[in-house]
Design a protein around this ligand. Structure first.
Ligand code: MD3
Ligand code: FE
Length: 214
């Protein structure tokens, strides 16, 4: 019943431009003005919750710098990775910016908002190895990713390690929704194409990842 009423009164969800192994890629979902507004929102987030470089359980420093907004933030140290309710500096994570939530509402759901907006910053040379996102309680909720700044080479594999992978360059303004089987696919960022965008004055790539955690 509820579903029928929704489909009658809500705008339809935009269709993706491309599907890559179950990943719905919305190319140029955000125009330049929307990207600039998001960057301003993120400057405020980072002022409250500064970027940091997590340590892996193996004691390596990650090349990606990160922070979070929302009820939970993603964190890793020698004890392993997990979601934590405050920034490592001790203060609460800032709220997820309204403009970010609006993208979630348009492409995922109006019923439930994400608990975590992970902010990943990639300078030239930073990368993220192939991994699965499986620290969340309910994999039926998709993960949504927003790319800003320099292009990043995104690689996606299967839900098991090994085997063939496919790659696609994610560009500033692209939004990707990972749901269904793709939710547990191995994925990573192999490299950043420095100088490919003028959005961030000092260059680099920002990725926002929105997740329902618990
Ligand atoms: C596929 N970040 O933070 S976003 C991560 O560009 C992460 O910063 C990458 O992977 C980045 O965990 C990729 C695209 C993405 C995010 C979450 C996923 C792809 C995903 C979860 C499940 C499957
Ligand atoms: Fe991931």
């Amino acid at each position: 019943m509820k579903k029928r009423i929704e489909s009658e009164v809500l705008p339809p969800k935009p269709l993706p431009d491309m599907m890559l192994r179950g990943f719905a890629i919305h190319s140029s979902f955000l125009d330049t003005g929307a990207q600039e507004a998001l960057v301003e929102d993120l400057r405020a987030v980072i002022r409250t919750a500064p970027l940091f470089s997590p340590q892996t359980a193996q004691g390596k420093t990650m090349s990606v710098r990160m922070t979070s907004a929302g009820r939970y933030g993603w964190f890793s140290d020698r004890a392993g990775y997990r979601y934590i309710p405050t920034h490592p500096g001790g203060s609460d994570w800032p709220a997820i910016p309204e403009r970010v939530l609006a993208i979630w509402r348009a492409l995922v759901s109006r019923e439930r908002m994400p608990d975590c907006c992970l902010v990943n910053f990639y300078a030239e040379g930073a990368r993220m190895g192939l991994h699965q996102d499986r620290d969340e309680a309910d994999f039926t909720w998709p993960v949504l990713s927003i790319s800003l700044g320099d292009e990043g080479l995104f690689r996606v594999g299967a839900t098991t390690r090994g085997g063939a992978t496919a790659s696609v360059w994610l560009r500033s303004g692209d939004v990707v929704v990972m749901g269904g089987d793709a939710r547990l696919a191995y994925h990573g960022i192999d490299r950043i194409r420095a100088g490919s965008s003028t959005l961030l004055p000092k260059g680099g790539r920002i990725n926002l990842t929105l997740r329902v955690v618990d």
